[in-house]
Design a protein around this ligand. Structure first.
Ligand SMILES: *Cc1c(COP(=O)(O)O)cnc(C)c1O
Length: 227
């Protein structure tokens, strides 16, 4: 078995192990393979090993690889910072946008989503650890953006996404991820029909699963360390 296939198998086993350990429903955490800086060949190997959901951070990089990947029937997630001049191509090429952090971006994605495609699945990115280096809205801004996105007819508001600071230890990770779970619960209580907590990367997905992540976004643990 190639290394990527072997890594994928191990990650899936770990996800199941953590689902068990933290009393989560088995199979309730979806694995998204993050392919920034990875070649089409590496992505194809992962696809052939059964991986269907992939995520990219940089639109230019995705577009450069796209032709080699068209033959794969993969689901593409956009997880990078969204600049307003990139919204059209995101709306045209992706099934999900995880990193919506302002009204203007939601408005443009809504207007530019092609009518022959299903609604674009959208998450609000939350800067839960209030890290000045990270994008995302503050906790208090979530509700207003949630209301706006819910009114966009070509968007399907699915939930919340976050990226943690790398240096946090397990208990800090857990604390931040639990705050995300509470935010999602509050929104659901207010009537938003949400089902997604996109959180957890190679270095912190155990804590994310413990706190209720429904999607983990993993790159290095599948494809090897980024150069
Ligand atoms: C790079 C990245 C990931 C994956 O990080 P790894 O450390 O490679 O697992 C997940 N989410 C976002 C938003 C990223 O930029």
């Amino acid at each position: 078995m190639c290394e990527i296939a072997e890594n994928l198998k191990q990650i899936k086993e770990k996800i199941h192990f953590y689902e068990n350990k933290y009393a989560r429903i088995l199979g309730s955490t979806q694995l998204i393979a993050v392919t920034k800086n990875r070649s089409p060949e590496e992505i194809i190997l992962a696809f052939e090993a059964g991986q269907k959901d992939f995520a990219e951070n940089y639109l230019q990089e995705f577009l450069a690889k796209r032709d080699s990947l068209l033959k794969l029937n993969a689901n593409w997630h956009y997880i990078g910072r969204i600049q307003s001049n990139k919204t059209r191509e995101i709306a045209e090429n992706f099934l999900w946008a995880h990193s919506v952090d302002r009204e203007k971006i939601a408005q443009r994605l809504n207007e530019q989503r092609p009518s022959n495609l299903p609604k674009l699945n959208v998450c609000i990115e939350v800067n839960i650890s209030q890290d000045p280096q990270k994008s995302g809205v503050g906790e208090r801004e979530v509700l207003e953006l949630a209301k706006y996105i819910s009114g966009c007819e070509n968007l399907r508001f699915r939930g919340l996404m976050t990226i943690l600071h790398e240096s946090q230890d397990f208990s800090e990770q857990l604390h931040s991820f639990k705050k995300m779970a509470i935010l999602l619960k509050d929104l659901k209580r207010q009537g938003f029909p949400l089902d997604t907590l996109s959180m957890g990367m190679s270095g912190d997905f155990e804590a994310a699963i413990a706190a209720g992540a429904t999607q983990v976004r993993i790159g290095q643990a599948i494809f090897g360390a980024r150069k």
